[in-house]
Design a protein around this ligand. Structure first.
Ligand code: GLY
Ligand code: MN
Ligand code: MN
Length: 445
């Protein structure tokens, strides 16, 4: 436990969950965008079977949680205008000692009303009758499909106009409040310190799963959990973007890539570090690492208020395209390396985006890129993004020739960055990324 206590000491106090006043304001802001003759229904995520009668751990729907803080299974929220005010009803399961004995405590109707920012709690048994009446008396229904079959049935059997509430909510969620930023800073700190412990413990004779267990154990020890399945890929495995088998042994001379982040009250962190198993980068590994690092730093510097979303990707791409030529990996002009539309030869080795929004979902809502008829987002204070360029030289690639000098190297460096008036704030700064820092840390337990 010693290593986890060191993390606890460095973490400080966990910030409070989002308060009821803030959630009530979210409800008001949301409802103020709706016509008064509508009903807006926000359902929960379904449960998923893992094996026969065993379920995957349920994760609340982020929209429902954003508006009500509800974190159990089952809850469904309905918003309507009663002539004077907007009201929020929450459909929940009633208390039932016999069922609770098997499946755990329920807040019940009284508990939900007393402890969540809602106007009325309603027995979920009544959901079909209740929602049918609400839908009948509304002109428009706001509804997210494919979450709750019962709600889908009620909505789809009505002949009313159905609209998607997500555009309104995404515009709200994309800008984080001070309370949200405090939670995200804590999630970033916890993941950063967990990565540090994995680096400290790392050594030959270990497996990828050992590093995974150090990181995820650290999350659990601090009443957190992974925000997405942890990726621990060593050697050639690091060149597979969504590798998460984490079942190989670590080998002397290999780089290991860890992409792991946690969740605090629903808010995600998302960090990648790449480091040598034996604590010392080889010369080619060092060259690739340094190039990715310079690209990542350029991406972070591009996180400026007023810049378009694409500025971050352009900044990382310029550095990588030039660097690949300088290292002799690309034998072409800079224009050919970059391509007309950032689709040039450098994409053979950097095939993903530079980053994404981060929040209640790890790939958070809000878009960013142009598309879906939406204009490109402009970076605005309160947005949180990831900056995560990488270069991957899979020895297994059959489509391109990889010089044996670079084969089996996969490097990604990912930080979480708050867009702020005075310049970017790296939330994950507690996790070192300079070569000298990393080499000093790896295996230093
Ligand atoms: N961990 C997923 C990502 O970096 O986007
Ligand atoms: Mn990641
Ligand atoms: Mn990411």
């Amino acid at each position: 436990m010693m290593m986890y206590e060191r993390v606890t000491a460095a973490l400080g106090e966990r910030p409070p969950a989002i308060g009821h006043a803030e959630m009530r304001q979210r409800q008001l802001d949301f409802c103020s965008e709706l016509p008064t003759d509508c009903v807006a229904i926000i359902a929960n995520n379904p449960t998923a079977i893992r094996s026969r009668d065993t379920h995957h751990r349920h994760r609340f729907n982020s929209y429902l949680h954003y508006l009500t803080g509800w974190h159990g299974e089952e809850g469904v929220a309905a918003f309507y205008f009663d002539g004077d005010d907007w009201k929020c009803h929450l459909y929940v399961q009633p208390r039932d000692v016999e069922k609770e004995t098997w499946t755990g405590r329920r807040p019940g109707l009284e508990g939900a009303l007393a402890n969540w920012p809602i106007d009325q709690s309603v027995d979920r048994e009544n959901i079909v009758n209740d929602l049918t009446k609400m839908v009948e008396s509304a002109a428009v229904i706001y509804h997210i499909e494919n979450l709750d079959e019962i709600v889908d049935d009620v909505v789809n059997t009505s002949a009313k106009e159905i609209r998607d509430p997500r555009k309104i909510l995404d515009n709200m969620r994309v800008i984080k409040s001070d309370a949200e930023i405090a939670l995200m800073q804590y999630a970033a700190d916890l993941a950063a310190l967990a990565h540090v412990e994995a680096m400290r413990e790392c050594g030959q004779g270990m497996g990828e799963w050992h590093l995974q267990s150090i990181i995820e154990g650290c999350f659990l020890y601090h009443q957190s959990e992974w925000a997405y399945p942890s990726i621990v890929g060593s050697g050639d495995n690091a060149t597979i973007l969504h590798y998460n088998e984490n079942s190989d042994s670590l080998h002397d001379g290999d780089v290991v890539l860890i992409d792991a982040g946690c969740e605090i009250d629903g808010y995600a962190s998302d960090i990648t570090r790449s480091f040598p198993v034996n604590g010392k980068f080889t010369a080619p590994q060092k060259q690739i690492y340094e190039l990715v690092l310079q690209s990542q730093i350029a991406g972070i510097e591009a996180c400026k208020v007023g810049s378009p979303w694409s500025a971050m990707h352009h900044a990382t791409s310029h550095v990588l395209a030039q660097g690949l030529i300088d290292l002799g990996i690309l034998d072409c002009t800079y224009e050919e390396a970059l391509g007309d539309n950032y689709n040039g030869l450098y994409r053979n080795f950097f095939m993903h985006g530079t980053g994404h929004f981060l929040g209640l979902d790890v790939h958070d809502v809000g878009g960013g890129r142009q598309g879906d008829g939406e204009p490109e987002r402009i970076l605005t204070p309160g947005m949180v993004v990831t900056i995560e360029p990488g270069l991957y030289f899979g020895a297994w690639r059959e489509d391109i020739e990889i010089d044996p000098k670079w084969a089996g190297i996969g490097i990604r460096i990912e930080d979480d960055v708050l867009i702020a008036e005075n310049g970017p704030v790296v939330l994950t700064a507690k996790c070192p990324k300079e070569i000298t820092e990393i080499e000093a840390l790896v295996g230093s337990k």
